[in-house]
Design a protein around this ligand. Structure first.
Ligand code: SAH
Length: 404
């Protein structure tokens, strides 16, 4: 077993159960370590602190367990995955077996499920697994096998039928990504209709962004439905149209969905058809850059606006530009939304803190000079849990604002 020995004083964050060891904290490594290896971490005094996956980046070890002497074997994966599944069952995200369990939910959310580097989203009978570290990549077969086993034990036969592995876009380096090819590890399923709060979707894990769908906005989409009655809605950065469908179901007078990607707009239209039939006169698709659209749209056109842009900052170095981006789109929304309008505004950048985001939205509101009140402060749903020891896991931030 490879040993990682930390500098004096660098054991304290692990002592507080934070699951990352930064490369600068390492005094020496005993053994020939390679990316993805399982390593044990020790303080400078030789006390064992935990074990995890080694990586060559600035986060050198992602801790899998703080239990001294733990082994990473089949029992470990079965226990972790069963615990993740039980949590989603207690959140009522899995339907009854008789109803096919065709729901959408996140089963594993990295550090929030004590499985750093691993994401698993479930679309009905299909689990889509994504590795963000070579450690998880090397373990993909045993994880997939354990996953099938755990579902069978806790939910019965047929609830989960296939595991699709999709890490071509998420492994840490270009060479690693090139060596990886997305494919089914177990079984094979076709795209099928799945449900989120009863709304129908057709996630496309083969060609879609991320695992095929943005699973993290479920609760916030419900809130849009709640406010949508008789409103004129703009859903900017709509991707597959999640917010639009809820707004339509909530009785919006009309809904404009906007995305710069033609493929996203195609998927949005497919979802509108699936839920509201061939010709939904209340819905319009706009394929355009959102910055341009917001810049040139007339005032008072909309009284409910949703801004859910992609992560403008993937790391702290580009934080300033990201904040300028958030400020820009929010300023346009504040200036143009009709009186009594409601703005749903989000940031999914992990590098942007809640305070940073609030400040960007605050300065946008101030620039418009309008009276703005916070109605709700939003975050990610319960199937994206945040370890209390790893606040970085809370990445989705949203504000619902009333603009007079
Ligand atoms: N709101 C969506 C998720 C948004 S993901 C949901 O609920 O599912 C971000 C989306 O922004 C992507 O679909 C991407 O194509 C789109 N996008 C990125 N840059 C854009 C731009 N400048 N203008 C319009 N859309 C953009």
């Amino acid at each position: 077993m490879i040993k990682i020995i930390l500098h004096k004083g660098k054991e304290s964050s692990l002592g507080r159960l934070h699951p990352w060891v930064f490369s600068g904290a390492i005094a020496r490594i005993e053994g020939n370590v390679e990316e993805g290896d399982i390593v044990r971490v020790f303080s400078h005094r030789g006390e064992e602190l935990g074990l995890g996956h080694y990586a060559n980046g600035s986060i050198a070890v992602r801790i899998l367990s703080f239990v001294i002497g733990e082994q990473i074997n089949e029992d470990f994966w079965l226990e972790r995955l069963a615990s993740a599944l039980r949590l989603r069952m207690s959140c009522k995200l899995l339907r009854d077996k008789d109803e096919n369990a065709n729901n959408i939910y996140r089963l594993v959310h990295g550090e929030g499920d004590q499985l750093p580097g691993l994401i698993i989203d479930v679309y009905g009978r299909t689990a889509v697994m994504q590795a963000h570290s070579m450690g998880m990549h090397f373990q993909r077969e045993i994880i997939a096998k354990s996953l099938m086993h755990v579902y069978k034990e806790l939910c019965g036969n047929g609830v989960l039928e296939a595991v699709y592995y999709k890490s071509e876009g998420t492994l840490p380096t270009k060479e690693q990504r090139e060596l990886c090819s997305d494919s089914f590890l177990i079984g094979q399923t076709e795209q099928e209709v799945v449900y989120e709060n009863g709304v129908k979707f057709l996630p496309d894990w083969l060609r879609g962004q991320k695992t095929g769908f943005f699973v993290d906005q479920r609760d916030n989409r419900s809130l849009v439905e709640h406010y949508a009655r008789n409103r004129k809605v703009l859903n900017a950065f709509c991707y597959t149209g999640g917010f639009s469908l809820y707004a339509l179901r909530g009785g919006a007078e009309r809904v404009d969905s906007l995305d710069s990607s033609a493929k996203a707009m195609y998927l949005t239209e497919e979802h509108v058809r699936l839920n509201f039939g061939e010709h939904c006169a209340r819905h319009r698709s706009i394929t355009q850059d959102a910055f341009n659209f917001l810049d040139t749209m007339p005032e008072n056109e909309y009284d409910l606006i949703i801004l859910d842009p992609p992560a403008f900052a993937k790391h702290r170095k580009v934080l300033r530009n990201a904040l300028i981006g958030y400020r820009k789109i929010n300023t346009q929304a504040f200036e143009k939304i009709a009186s009594g309008g409601i703005l749903f505004t989000f940031s999914c950048s992990q590098a942007v803190s809640k305070e940073d985001f609030r400040l960007a939205v605050f300065s946008a509101a101030a620039a418009s000079g309008r009276h703005v009140r916070i109605l709700h402060q939003l975050t990610q749903p319960a199937d994206h849990p945040v370890s209390i020891y790893h606040p970085e896991g809370e990445y989705l931030k949203g504000l619902v604002l009333q603009v007079d």
